[in-house]
Design a protein around this ligand. Sequence first.
Ligand code: NDP
Length: 490
Amino acid sequence: MSKCPYHQTTTAGSPVADNQNSVTVGPRGPLLIQDWQLIEKLAHQNRERIPERTVHAKGWGAFGTLTITKDLSEYTRAKVFHGVNKQIPMLARFSTVAGEHGAADAERDVRGFSLKFYTEEGNWDLVGNNTPVFFVRDPLKFPDFIHTQKRHPRTNLRSPTAMWDFWSLSPESLHQVTILMSDRGLPTDVRHINGYGSHTFSFWNDKNERFWVKFHFKTQQGHRHWTNEESFEKVGQSRETTQEDLFYSIENGDFPRWTLQVQIMPELDAEKTSYNPFDLTKVWPHSEYPPIEVGFFELNRNADNYFAQIEQAAFSPSNVVPGIGFSPDRMLQARIFSYADAHRHRLGTHYENIPVNRPHVPVHTYHKDGFMNIQEEFPNPDAYYEPNSFGGPVQAPEFKEPPLKLNQSVVDRFDHRQDEGNNDYIQVTALFNLFDDGEKSRLFNNIAGAMAGVPKEIIERQLTHFGRVHPDYEAGVRAELKATGHSDYQ
Ligand code: NDP
């Protein structure tokens, strides 16, 4: 071991003379409160934990590069998509949704797929999942949904009854539940999953034309998943299978890659599709809006400090750049609020000053003060409000987004189930028809296993939904409930 060229200090920089022995009254006597080095050490330890994320607490991440191979200036003014072979530094964080910070990696769960691109026009974050759809379409239902995935207040255990009760009463979840219970619901790691921006976003170009857009990231490593039985065995051996896989593959120079594809929909098409293109429980069929390959990203550098760079990484769908905009997708709109809000709560008001979150371009806001504000000077100290006469930064109208054209003007709490375009079954049937016989039988088996202990009334309600997708779906799950020994199906 080489000798460190500098000595240990306190946080104030004062040399530490003895890091082995506290100050005591005699060799066997009590401590003294004047031993501020001991107190500083204990106080820091007490503050090592920060609030874990309410969802997506268990995560793994790495740095890399996005390479754009197709110019998209026809659709967007975002400079990231102008020119080819442009390389943009980036960070990725993957996660499970329900498990706590110390949960096992190899769990059947959706995987978070969050990307931060440090572009020349500021940070662009895509905060998606390994599935193109989600369990609910209205954010009013999101906290309730997450409560069903977390622990029961009395037993402090996960509750399959709560999950299936909520899902069976919320048939918009059927598409995502089917993916979750299929092979892709239990990936071996995150190198072998696709990522999806999931929401509908928009592109707008120099001519102020708007297009709706979906982002897809296709794994170049292929898909790999475990059966439930395989995952039980893996968890018995290691709770950190994904961390091990991602960290060591990058450490060993085996850099994972994903192909970036976009689906682009002309603005007015949104009024014509048979499905609501802003419904997060829906995909855009590839036959109607073919994916266009526009680049790839590679992860090639591990974090040096997991806590500083991955645990404190703060992604938010609100981070867009000129040329990329939002859509009427109400789940997206809620997340635009709630992600930044979660970071202010977990990391503090100035979370974007933390190096991993800091844009690679200069930042000029008029935000002032607050906990942990590390901005020491304004470029001109007299220009600390706006408008001012002292040459402070001003707005730039050339970045104004074109107006969002919406035909609706009545404000109400509309019943989302009355909208034909929100049909909860048609696209699930399309997915079910993609599965081969082996995938179907594992789907039935996974669902029956996940229903252990769930009351019959709830199961029957859910079986009705499966039957509306395809009679084979309902029949297959019924047969598996019997085969796997559910007490109500013997
Ligand atoms: P396509 O056959 O054109 O597209 C199928 C898509 O489904 C591909 O992206 C493929 O991803 C993915 N896929 C293939 N097999 C499976 C599987 N076993 N589990 C999950 N996903 C799979 O059909 P459509 O576009 O008409 O979509 C049909 C259904 O496919 C949808 O209802 C949806 O459930 C699912 N799907 C659709 C996507 C879309 O954006 N249109 C995206 C992902 C899923 P890959 O190429 O990586 O194998």
